[in-house]
Every structure is written in structure tokens, then in C-alpha cells.
Design a protein around this ligand. Structure first.
Ligand code: HEC
Length: 171
């Protein structure tokens, strides 16, 4: 009898473990999907320096694609000045979404680099940012659950503003 109870307990723990791992995986996947959807939305966004023209990537860029352009949702755009540049000493508010569109050629967006201020997300870094890196076909290049591991050391360089580098490289 005791042996049976023990077996039952072991089995129960196993099932619970597998279930927990699976539901965590699902949540991570959902976050990347949410970021992908948010990044494709363009209504209400403001372009860096108020211009939708493609820019050639800077010499400091860690992004391989040749061209880029960056836009800010309404919450993030509250921190842009009249010229469409980020104001000094900005800390972006909750819900701020910054999307850099990356282009291999001048016609098609190939990848989205995303910064989303969502402090209560388990995937947020210590400043509350969630980092997304997703190809235009939806393929995740760097999962949000990595918390910007591949990004932060570069984005933390001198003269960043709340991790943003556009002002520094496109003054
Ligand atoms: C080696 C340095 C480097 C690495 C690594 C890097 N970036 Fe960047 N990133 C830049 C630079 C420089 C810019 C300014 C535009 C440009 O020239 O690409 C930039 C711009 C951006 C922007 C536009 C907002 C802004 O003002 O900075 C986003 C969003 C972004 N990167 C996300 C990411 C993500 C996500 C990762 C990791 C998967 C990442 N970056 C890795 C250097 C880097």
C-alpha cells in the first residue's frame, strides 16, 4: 500500500513538472507572438527625426542588415522632441514600444528589432525592457525570454538614452 502511494506521488510530481515546463514555454512563445503583432502595427507611430526614409546602418551597428528606420508608438513618442529625436535623460514610460525595421535591400523589411517597456513581464530586464528580434516571416531570431542577453552589452554603451542608440549614431 505504502509503495503504491509512493509510486502515485512520484508520478504526480512528474506530471506536475512536465505541465509547469510546458506552460512556461507556452508563455514565452506567446510573448514573442505578441511582440511580432505589435511590431507589424504602424498606425499612430512617429518616425525617428519625423522621417520614414531608410537610413544606412551606422558603423556601430550590431545589426547585419544594410538599411534601417526606427519608429515609436504613441507612449514612446511622448519622449521625442519637435525634431523627432529622443529628449536627453529620458526614461521611457510603461507601454513604450520602439521598433527598428531592418532591411537587407531597399524594398522589403527583413527583421524587426523591438524594445517594449513592460516591467511586469517575466522576460523584462532590470530596466523593464523586453527585447524582441523577429524576422518579417515571424521566425524568432532571439527569444524575448533571453532578456536581451545578445543586445544589452552593446546598447549599454556610453551616451545611450534608456538603452537607445539612434540619437548617438544618427545625431
Ligand atoms: C554591437 C552593438 C549592437 C548589438 C549587439 C545590438 N544592437 Fe541594436 N542597435 C545598435 C546601434 C548602433 C543602433 C543604432 C542604429 C544602427 O545603426 O543600427 C541600434 C538600434 C537598435 C534599436 C532602435 C532603437 C535605438 O535607438 O537604439 C533597437 C530596437 C535595437 N537596436 C534592438 C536590438 C536588439 C533586440 C538586439 C539584440 C538581439 C540588439 N539591438 C543588438 C547596436 C547594437
Amino acid at each position: 500500500m505504502i509503495k503504491k502511494i509512493k509510486t502515485f506521488c512520484v508520478l504526480f510530481a512528474l506530471v506536475l513538472g512536465v505541465w509547469t515546463i510546458n506552460s512556461c514555454k507556452k508563455k514565452e512563445k506567446e510573448l514573442d507572438e505578441e511582440l511580432f503583432e505589435l511590431a507589424q502595427e504602424t498606425a499612430g507611430f512617429v518616425w525617428y527625426k519625423n522621417s520614414s526614409s531608410l537610413l544606412s546602418k551606422s558603423n556601430g551597428s550590431g545589426h547585419p542588415q544594410t538599411f534601417l528606420r526606427t519608429r515609436y508608438n504613441a507612449a514612446a513618442a511622448t519622449k521625442l522632441d519637435a525634431n523627432g529625436k529622443i529628449t536627453a535623460n529620458t526614461i521611457f514610460p510603461e507601454g513604450a514600444l520602439i521598433v527598428k525595421e531592418l532591411y537587407e535591400n531597399s524594398t522589403n523589411v527583413s527583421r524587426y528589432a523591438i524594445l517594449y517597456k513592460k516591467s511586469d513581464s517575466p522576460s523584462a530586464d532590470t530596466k523593464g525592457w523586453v527585447w524582441g528580434y523577429i524576422d518579417a516571416n515571424g521566425k524568432v531570431a532571439e527569444p524575448a525570454s533571453n532578456k536581451g542577453k545578445a543586445c544589452i552589452s552593446c546598447h549599454n554603451q556610453s551616451d545611450n538614452i534608456d538603452y537607445m542608440l539612434m540619437n548617438k549614431y544618427f545625431p
